[in-house]
Design a binder for this molecule. Structure first.
Ligand code: CP
Ligand code: NVA
Length: 306
């Protein structure tokens, strides 16, 4: 059974196939066509954290491809003590053609997948956000054409989004810089796992923002306090202030550099309004692409596991 819990689950060839389906479906969508690739299929989504893009883009994808989607929290599914995880997983996967899970613990998603007879997709865990990074690669290909050494510079917290960007860039042999405050670097456990999958990479880690943006083709940021870290918000706002993406920092980067953000954005914390709304910002294209990519992932995974 093929799942998408981490980008380590996919080969470059798998990602090429997913991207091709997503590009084809986006082209059809722009012509007003909605192919019935997932007719009579059911996607179940279990979410323990808020979501605008992930939840709705997967729901829209199912409806537009001829299928359906059901939504529940893990408590509603019975995962908070009503029933054992192996039982919930076996029952739910017998009804569903795919299951998206957004929760805190990455291990919970991995455990769920062990018992699932349908593909499981990580809709964000504390550790990883693979569907976001796949979308970001898709968006970069739209912006630049076939990718060749485009440099993605991520500035902010060394979090789930940063980790997934490191994997996707390395898979495509792209240079990637992760620039964080001291103490907020990529998780050493992640780096160990990363090195066990990729012996060579063009990963550069730094704390110096001005140095980081010098040769950037894309500047990317995310919230400073992720879901589950709300109580650290004020402390982080002070520590991360020098890492804000503002006009001055964009001026220190090449003039044709693009700006991406997975959203939601905390305007005037990690990014200023003038950057979000500037001609260099592609954040709403990126958000729309979550849906085209979700269609690619669902179609590929469900057909792959037939
Ligand atoms: N980027 C992203 O995952 O957005 P949501 O949290 O709204 O799903
Ligand atoms: N790092 C953020 C991403 C939100 C899409 C979080 O986990 O809350």
């Amino acid at each position: 059974m093929k799942h998408l819990i981490s980008l380590f689950d996919l080969t470059k060839n798998d990602v090429d196939e997913i991207l091709k389906i997503a590009f084809d479906i986006k082209k059809l969508h722009q012509k007003g066509e909605r192919p019935s690739h997932l007719q009579n299929r059911l996607l179940t989504q279990i979410f323990d954290k808020p979501s605008l893009r992930t939840r709705t883009s997967f729901e829209a994808s199912m409806v537009q491809l001829g299928g359906f989607s059901a939504f529940m929290t893990s408590a509603e599914a019975g995962l908070q003590g009503r029933e054992s995880l192996p039982d919930v997983s076996r029952v739910l996967s017998s009804y569903s053609d795919a299951i998206v899970i957004r929760t805190f613990s990455h291990e919970l998603i991995e455990n769920f997948a062990k018992y699932s007879t349908s593909p499981v997709i990580n809709g964000l865990s504390d550790d990883k956000h693979p569907c976001q990074a796949l979308t970001d690669l898709f968006t970069m290909i739209e912006l630049f054409g076939p990718l060749k050494n485009q440099h993605l510079v991520y500035i902010g917290d060394g979090n789930n989004v940063a980790a997934s960007l490191v994997i996707i860039c390395t898979m495509y042999d792209l240079p990637v810089t992760i620039c964080t405050p001291i103490g907020y670097e990529l998780d050493p456990k992640f780096l160990k796992e990363f090195k066990s999958h990729y012996s060579k990479s063009k990963l550069n880690v730094t704390h110096d923002v001005n140095e980081a943006v010098k040769n950037a083709d894309v500047i990317y940021t995310d919230v400073w306090a992720s879901m589950g870290q709300e109580e650290e918000k004020e402390k982080r706002a002070k520590i991360f202030a020098p890492y804000q993406i503002n006009k001055k920092l964009m001026e220190a980067a090449p003039s044709d550099c693009r700006f991406l953000h997975c959203l939601p954005a905390r305007r005037d914390l990690e990014v200023t309004d003038d950057v979000m709304e500037s001609d260099q910002s592609d954040v709403f294209l990126q958000a729309e692409n979550r849906m085209h990519l979700a269609k690619g992932v669902l179609t590929w995974l469900i057909n792959h596991n037939k």
